[in-house]
Design a protein around this ligand. Structure first.
Ligand code: SF4
Length: 151
């Protein structure tokens, strides 16, 4: 039974801006055990893989070269939300700091590695509909018990 919606890059899928994955061992295991469903809002945004990195500045999203990609990011978040609603999941583990997936703290729009308070576009939508949202840096304790039971 699928229990968690997870950022696809954390499960080992090469969908990040640089064309690479960002695998997290526990999330990869969760996915392999059939306990997670993947989603990548930026892959649903119409932007290519690889692509320029994106950060949020004010209410808008910009690529590193200054292109306004707000429409893409919001469209990807909406499509990912539909996927979430159809998944049967109520909990998610998403990539920290991403302009789409991050919660609480995201990159600040200067492309310098600095962080600011805020949620990514997709993460914000999940929180609005009552999802429990975690990051790979502080995943729920429950997943360790779930993985242990699978062995
Ligand atoms: S949008 Fe989310 S799932 Fe997709 S590459 Fe970025 S952090 Fe990973």
């Amino acid at each position: 039974m699928t229990r968690y919606l997870v950022s696809a890059c954390l499960a080992g899928f090469p969908c990040r801006y640089d064309g690479k994955a960002k695998p997290c061992a526990e999330i990869v295991e969760l996915y392999k055990a059939g306990l997670a469903q993947i989603v990548c809002p930026e892959s649903l945004s119409g932007l290519p893989v690889p692509r320029e990195p994106t950060e949020k500045r004010g209410d808008k999203y910009y690529s590193r070269s200054g292109r306004d990609v707000t429409a893409n990011i919001l469209a990807g978040a909406e499509k990912a939300l539909n996927k979430a609603l159809n998944s049967g999941c109520r909990k998610a583990i998403l990539k920290s700091r991403s302009p789409s997936c991050g919660i609480c703290r995201i990159y600040d729009g200067t492309f310098t590695g600095n962080l600011t308070e805020g949620n990514g576009a997709f993460a914000a939508k999940l929180l609005e509909i009552g999802f429990e949202v975690y990051t790979e840096e502080s995943p729920p304790e429950e997943i360790y018990r779930m993985l242990f039971r699978q062995k």
